[in-house]
Design a protein around this ligand. Structure first.
Ligand code: MEV
Length: 328
């Protein structure tokens, strides 16, 4: 039976978090920590999913998975991607899926979107279907929306699919590749795992209570992203860093920053970073700092020196390649 392996990158949101959900642009970069998925077609109408963190593989029948309303949480994205692929393929088939990740899903670096994109690409290749990146993006974004009950701009799915650094507008209305290659970033995990959907709902609640105020903050973030895009295209990292700081001010106003993130951000700025902010939904996950050649070592030392339980410095290279097939 046919089999194929695909891998997709993680992501780091550089600017535009939350505002992208409200129709403003964001800038996201793909990161080199990857998720890999192998799909092996089976002769029998059975489905088996092996994933890290599962004591035993998840096993079911094709018929059962087609009709299941509730998907098991630990394999929710993979199972939902499989169902989406079956629908688009016009037939359901037995398959064994094996997922492997180079990073913890606690970091908030987009493991769900990466595993979804890699699953779709591996299934397409195993089933002998030519599926281009735009179709992979579309199927993967639909999958993510289904699992997250309609929440999510899809910026992480775009990074996992296309790779590089992207200027992105929600739903893929704009997906423009920006600077090539890696950006000089320092990434620090705050030690706290946050649920994106909780924080998107929290901001939505604030927006209902204070529509003018939240509208003004979102618009400011949108302007910051557009100006920062020009700075990035001109290679002006110092200016881009200042926009990161302004963006962080807006995110703090939306009350999604945390004491741990604030401590990481202040330490990075004090040690000479051009700019630092939270990356993603807030409530935890990661801080990113843009550094120059001379400030990288002091910023990394400052992050390492903080006494925050569970916090750690992550080795992440940005501008990574999008989804790709791997030798099986
Ligand atoms: C979460 O990583 C980023 C948010 O903007 C949500 C989204 O864009 O889907 C908060």
């Amino acid at each position: 039976m046919s089999s194929a392996t695909a891998s997709a990158p993680s992501k780091v949101m550089l600017l535009g978090d939350h505002a992208v959900v409200y129709g403003y642009p964001c800038i996201v970069t793909a990161a080199d920590l990857r998720v890999q998925v192998t799909a092996r077609l089976l002769g029998a109408p059975e489905v088996t999913i092996h994933a890290a963190g599962l004591a035993q593989p998840y096993a079911t029948t094709v018929e059962q998975l087609v009709s299941d309303r509730e998907l098991p949480r630990k394999v929710g994205f993979v199972a939902a991607a499989l169902r989406h692929f079956w629908r688009s393929h016009g037939a359901a088939f037995g398959v064994e899926l094996v997922t492997r990740s180079q990073f913890s899903q606690s970091y908030g670096l987009g493991s769900s979107s990466a595993v979804t994109v890699a699953t779709i690409a591996a299934l397409a290749a195993a089933a002998g279907r030519a599926v281009d990146r735009d179709r992979i993006f579309q199927l993967s974004y639909e999958t993510v929306l289904e699992v997250q009950e309609g929440i999510g701009s899809g910026f992480d799915v775009a990074a996992a699919t296309y790779g590089g650094t992207l200027y992105y507008v929600t739903g893929g209305k704009a997906i423009h590749p920006l600077a090539q290659g890696a950006l000089p970033l320092v990434v620090g995990y705050s030690g706290v795992k946050a649920r994106t959907t909780d924080y998107v709902r929290k901001v939505a609640q604030m927006q209902r209570r204070f529509p003018d105020y939240v509208g003004f903050v979102m618009e400011s973030i949108g302007k910051t992203v557009d100006r920062a895009r020009s700075a990035l295209e001109q290679g002006d990292h110092e200016l881009f860093g200042q926009y990161m700081n302004l963006n962080q001010g807006c995110l703090a106003a939306l009350e999604v920053s945390t004491p741990e993130l604030d401590a990481l951000i202040s330490a990075a700025r004090r040690a000479g970073a051009y700019g630092a902010k939270l990356s993603g939904a807030g409530g935890g996950d990661c801080m990113i700092a843009l550094v120059g050649e001379e400030s990288r070592a002091p910023v990394e030392a400052a992050i390492r020196g903080l006494d925050i339980p569970g916090a750690e410095l992550l080795a992440v290279r940005t501008g990574a390649e999008g989804v790709r097939l791997e030798p099986s």
